[in-house]
Design a protein around this ligand. Sequence first.
Ligand code: WTA
Length: 655
Amino acid sequence: MSQPTIESILHEDRIFEPAAEFSSSAHIASLQQYQQLYDKAKADPQAFWAELAATELHWFQTWDTVLDWQPPFAKWFVNGKINISYNCLDRHLTTWRRNKAALIWEGEPGDSRTLTYAQLHREVCQFANVLKQLGVEKGDRVGIYLPMIPEAAIAMLACARIGAVHSVVFGGFSAEALRDRLVDVQAKLVVTADGGWRKDAIVPLKEQVDKALANNSAPNVENVLVVRRTEQTIAMEPGRDHWWHDLQAGASADCPAEPMNSEDMLFVLYTSGSTGKPKGVVHTTGGYNLYTHITTKWIFDLKDTDVYWCTADVGWITGHSYIVYGPLSNGATSVMYEGAPRPSNPGCMWDVIERYGVNIFYTAPTAIRAFIKMGEHLPNARDLSSLRLLGTVGEPINPEAWMWYHRIIGKGRCPIVDTWWQTETGGIMITPLPGAVPTKPGSATLPFPGILAEIVDLEGNPVPTNEGGYLAVRHPWPGMMRTVYGDRDRFRRTYWEHIPPKDGQYLYFAGDGARCDQDGYFWVMGRVDDVINVAGHRLGTMEIESALVSHPSVAEAAVVGKPDDLKGEEIVAFVTLENKITASDDLKNELKKHVVQEIGAIARPGEIKFADALPKTRSGKIMRRLLRSLAAGEEISGDTSTLEDRSVLEKLREG
Ligand code: WTA
């Protein structure tokens, strides 16, 4: 059950045709229909997207230019006026969906709550007025640091409603990581909770916010709104901190959606890159609304009768696009779950499916591998017959896990959509359309219509069939990120000049290695940069190294990923210590704790290895390739001639 390797997937030749019964009622019902859409979009992308924008979304005012492309900067639906909160809420209120469940929330200690579209609309309008009362204006940034509770979606939609820019920070990040993000985005207000439930324990969110804001270290933050969730005693700073329920109760439910410019910023979401601090990925309104709407509709074959459940956290892009915006724009019923499997309730995910009759289930390979480990008796003891479609995202799925998902959860009848995409792409890019595209376990299959994906070398030349290369995208698409917050140059360099543009033709560099097979199917292998993917969470090795080096005992650190059966990758840190500091197991634990404090529990190294020195090139660069092999327990192969001091390697190997 390890990550797919070239060898394992080269030998993967099973093909699963969409079931006739599924196809007969699917939005995209045959391979031929997919091909027609793909060809049409390729021939005239602007006409393709414009037609969808006009038919699928509400606009206060139509655009005058579909695409303004000044590479690498794109503007979609220029001068169009739109509001994504209106598209997710108001437009459903004049239909029968008014009283349909928009969000079904299941909280950790057995709490639950259902919000219809009318109820959600009311809450969002009230909260939008609360934000206004506290001085939040169009264009201001709002930090959201919440557990998986409906207030997270309400806060996002309320920001969107008045044109404030939200920046959600995953609740598992530490106070330090939160502060960095709040400072970078210059947040004016923070929405948080007294705490969140995590596997029977309380995550003290408000306490972390207090730490992040201590000593005026995020000077733009004027107000903090606190949702009461876990009900333990917390400190409330007069003048700065307010209870959500106090202000919400007194707020008017009348708040018309602000007509936003299509290119107005909708949100900033931080993600790890190979160098430097996390990047603020900027998404704007109109293009993102269209892209998440249409991908949700076609890829999850969404019908009005479906109960749809994506298990991601709203702190990640998957939660933004496929719990909140995509499903609600389609008027779907979206399940939001605060819990996670734990020893006292390992079958809880299957209980949720049974209880709510979930039809569409979207999760991550790392979760599937954990389900396999917990045993098939758990899902087998529940009624999963409501399921009709399964999805996965976040990392390559190994064919064994795909087959288990297919057999045990899908009972051999549910199509699986393996969806490849990124924070930067806004929505799903490579995926089967479930009624149309035959699937192969481990392959994300074919590009979504309108997406021109290619496998190239670093000069941008196409690589032959079945040969490894870099995954790249040729033409702009509506959901693409617009820039790195406050750093247009970094955006240009990182994504659009990594492969040098030729004759004005720019290629988007995704940072993933992949190959294309004889049927044009994409097989994504994983990151080719210094980003590691731990249980579907994206982490930069640099961030973890900086955290380690900030500890007074550490002289130097190099972090690599090591293949792991459950998490995909595990963090291994090679550390050299300052003079006079002695290595010990206590120090290892202290360093692990230090990383958790600096970044969050998701970045806790699985292993720390002390070394006298790190292998470096003559020009002083750490040779991570060698460290990766060492961590994985492999023979060191390939060229080591650039190594400055060969004895370093011998010593490391001896441990
Ligand atoms: C990886 C998550 C293989 C990939 C939506 C990408 C995948 C990174 C898949 C983005 C998939 C995501 N198959 N690899 N189906 N989906 N990835 O920004 O390495 O958190 O570059 O976005 O996850 O992670 P991010």
